[in-house]
Write a protein that binds this ligand. Structure first.
Ligand code: HEM
Ligand code: FES
Length: 774
């Protein structure tokens, strides 16, 4: 079960019953998802796992725990190997008395959508998707806004309120019932029921609590049945459950009777408890950082992405469950058939391997929506855009009308012991009503900002930075020092990270090359007269004091710090990430050599600094001076020594290195292309091709002028992307059948030869058709 360190011989491991015991580490053995430390901050409590043992068996829970982003996503993605059937199973088996109670109510919670296997799941999901489509959700906006305004009107002059009690619990429930078409009666009973349902399913009730909970769950089951019968008698009723009832009549083999009753109960909870807790978490987080809150109040356009960042950092669903249907592996760890998995999205969402500086709240993070709080793949939350819509309205109304609101200091946040759901029970806020802006500007109450339904587009998210200083670094190379105009901290970064600078109509990538602990960023820009114009703009038009927009930082070129020896190779302006890596390795006291190749010394930025600060570890290769690099001798000996080579430069340099390192152990060479003239996706002579999407059961055509990514997105399927130039690997999709015309710089020759993967932003079909796991 993971690393060999801290071995002990616990009881309870179902896998390693062999003599000598089971290799469960001390930390794995101590893991308790109901302990106060974990409930307070699940991501921090699993930091050790992300770092040392990303897949481990928890004897206390009887589950395998998965904590890294890529692994959690891979489990979500493969719902055949990892069945969702246990998603609603009780974590703590009920006592005999509790079972008796449930039986008395004839409780028979069964498959819904979230725990249904294929092929039944997809057929049902498609039959029930219509109400979640953007146009239908947009029609709910006025209703949600009106409810929110009524609630805010009621407390805006009071100066202090518990937001959970005053609005965040009730509005999502009212909205969910409206969406479902369920009569809005018995709201108090529903509160009791839904808490009981979450405790029953994901909680750890004591034996006494179990009885109470079983009674409430039993009554909830009966209530759901009664409401369902009532709704069946209204054939023209509106809302999603009425639609499901009609589908039950039309296609009873797909939308079954048992499904209807179970879903009736599950969806009331899925539709409101999740959103209520997520809104509470988000407001708590945003109000905890005054500068962030003020930025949102001033710039409401930032709200959609701020919400994604809150869902990433403090989601309301922190973990989900799957069951292995066969012997398999996750990140090299053998997982036996029938193993139960706890996939901790809260931990994955903080994973700095995927999210640069993962614990930091960055409302400008353009990858925030890649969080796994809504799950991923074919079961991904159907209500995600509904939840987003509600959360946006809450935060927009509150930040506009009560920008001076603060978290009350006299409160402790407590979290119910729960494996899946997380959010504080109350959120006390206060303000001085005399300062309410609507007292001097009554028209403010009716203002609104509407956002398009769905995840914010990463292309629209950019922070404003001011050019604090400009210096000339070498012939044709300028260094820009950038900072936040209001002193808001710019996110920390790691060597190899880059930002996208948006200058005028251009967006170009620049590696960060200053000191990571500086409050601002430093980039070096080479003037490219033959480029697309971005660098000319920066050289000719950008002046000190000007504001620019930038996205990031992101890191696709991480320094593998742990190696025995490091070889760093830079060509030309490719020195920027390499010098940051050299600085880091020096700071860590690692063994490294850095080679810097250029045509002439006066055009080599940072050459002097490199020599001054890295002394004998730095070697300059200047072709004009006759000291050009002999790459073969530079890399010689790397295979034996457990070395890592990090290289950045033009394609010619990287291609030569690729050939020289072809026989070295896999992963020895890591390189980043310095793109001088990104090709873009379209090429003359492109033709249309068909795609068959296995998970979504859709057939689509990718026309000549469009990318696969664009076509798939237009069909409502979320595929993350970043560079959209084949450089970053974010848009990878699995290919099940068909030849691929690869146009990316991500996949190695052997990965291409193996088949099975492609980058959706740029690559196309070789033939007429591709079958994809989407
Ligand atoms: C599924 C989270 C709001 C309806 C899920 C899943 C998660 C989740 C983790 C399982 C995903 C997977 O297995 O890959 C959330 C969160 C919400 C939220 C964090 C709020 C912030 C809603 C709302 C609705 C809803 C408002 C309905 C009105 C559903 C449904 C499924 C689902 C129907 C099952 C989809 C399937 O299995 O095909 N949700 N949810 N959710 N959610 Fe949500
Ligand atoms: Fe970067 Fe496709 S989005 S490779």
């Amino acid at each position: 079960a993971g690393t060999e360190s801290n071995l002990q011989t616990p009881s309870g491991c179902p896998v390693h019953a062999a003599p000598g015991g089971c290799p469960v580490s001390t930390q794995a053995q101590a893991f308790d998802p109901f302990a106060a430390e974990y409930l307070a901050n699940p991501a921090a409590a699993l930091q050790w796992s992300r770092d040392q043992e990303p897949v481990f068996f928890s004897p206390q829970l009887g589950y395998w725990v998965v904590s890294r982003y890529e692994d959690v996503k891979a489990v979500f993605r493969d719902n055949v190997t990892f069945s969702p059937s246990i998603a609603l199973e009780r974590v703590v088996p009920p006592s005999d008395e509790a079972m008796e109670t449930l039986k008395r109510y004839n409780y028979q919670m069964n498959r819904t959508l979230v725990n249904e296997d294929e092929p039944a799941h997809m057929e049902r999901r498609r039959a029930l998707m219509e109400h979640f489509l953007p146009e239908n959700l947009a029609a709910k906006e006025d209703m949600i806004r009106q409810l929110t305004r009524q609630k805010v009107d009621a407390f805006v002059d009071s100066g202090r309120v518990d937001l959970v009690e005053a609005m965040l619990w009730e509005i999502p429930l009212t909205v969910a019932l409206h969406f479902l078409g369920v009569p809005k009666e018995d709201m108090d009973a529903l509160k009791e029921f839904s808490v009981a349902h979450t405790v029953n399913t994901w909680g750890k009730p004591s034996p006494e609590q179990q009885l109470k909970v079983a009674d409430a769950v039993g009554r909830f089951w009966q209530y759901a049945g009664t409401v369902l019968e009532k709704m069946r008698r209204e054939p023209d009723g509106t809302g999603w459950m009425h639609h499901a009832i009609r589908m039950n009549a039309e296609i009873p083999e797909v939308v079954t009777d048992s499904y209807l009753h179970s879903m009736m109960m599950a969806i009331i909870v899925a539709g409101h408890e999740t959103t209520s807790l997520a809104s509470t978490n988000a407001l708590k987080l945003l109000l905890s950082d005054r500068l962030v809150w003020e930025r949102i109040c001033k710039t409401p356009e930032l709200i959609p992405n701020a919400i994604e960042e809150c869902l990433r950092l403090e989601g309301s669903v922190v973990a989900w469950r799957r069951r292995a249907t066969r012997d398999t592996e996750i990140a090299g760890v053998a997982i036996p058939a029938e193993a139960k998995l706890l996939i901790v999205s809260a931990s994955a969402n903080h994973d700095s391997r995927h999210f640069e500086n993962g614990d930091f709240l960055d409302i400008y993070r353009d990858s925030a929506a890649e969080h796994l709080t809504f799950g991923y793949g074919s079961h991904q939350c159907m209500g995600k855009n509904f939840a987003r819509l509600e959360m946006r309205i809450f935060i927009e109304e509150l930040s506009r009308r009560l920008p001076h609101m603060r978290l009350s200091e006299d409160q402790q946040f407590s979290y119910l012991p729960n494996l899946a759901f997380r959010g504080p029970q109350q959120l006390l806020v206060e303000w001085d009503p005399a300062l309410n802006p609507e007292r001097s500007d009554p028209a403010l109450v009716d203002r609104r900002v509407s956002f398009p339904i769905g995840a914010p587009s990463s292309k629209e998210i950019a922070r404003t930075v001011r050019v604090a200083d400009i210096t000339e670094a070498a012939d044709g190379i300028r260094i820009l020092h950038l900072e936040d105009p209001d002193g808001l901290a710019l996110p920390a970064w790691s060597p190899g990270a880059h930002v996208d600078l948006v200058a005028g109509e251009f967006s170009r990538k620049y590696s960060l090359c200053g000191n990571p602990s500086d409050p601002g960023y430093t980039i070096a820009v080479l003037r490219e007269d033959k480029g697309r114009g971005g660098s000319r703009f920066i050289h000719d038009k950008v002046t000190k004091g000007m504001t620019l927009r930038l996205r990031g930082p992101k890191n696709y070129f991480r320094l593998e710090e742990e190696a025995d020896h490091h070889l760093l190779i830079a060509g030309g302006i490719g020195i920027t990430p390499i010098i940051a890596m050299a600085d880091r390795l020096k700071q860590l006291g690692r063994h490294y050599t850095v080679h810097y190749c250029g045509r002439k010394r006066t055009a080599m930025a940072f050459a002097e600094r490199l020599l001054a600060e890295h002394g004998a570890r730095a070697v300059l290769h200047v072709s004009e001076e006759g000291s050009g690099a002999d790459l073969a001798s530079i890399v010689a000996g790397c295979g034996k020594s457990g070395a890592r080579i990090h290289a950045c430069g033009p394609a010619r340099l990287l291609d030569s290195l690729g050939e020289l390192c072809a026989n070295l152990p896999e992963g020895t060479l890591r390189s980043e292309l310095f793109v001088t003239d990104a090709s873009g996706a379209a090429q003359p002579g492109d033709t249309a091709f068909e795609i068959e999407l296995e998970d979504s059961d859709l057939n689509l055509t990718v026309p000549a002028g469009q990318t696969l990514l664009e076509v798939v997105r237009a069909a409502g399927i979320d595929v993350p992307s970043d560079c959209e130039e084949g450089l970053c690997g974010s848009c990878e999709v699995r290919v099940l059948d068909g030849g691929v015309d690869h146009r990316d710089r991500v996949l190695s020759a052997s990965e291409r030869a193996e088949g099975g993967r492609m980058m959706a932003c740029c690559s196309r079909a070789k033939g007429q058709k591709l079958r994809l796991a989407l």
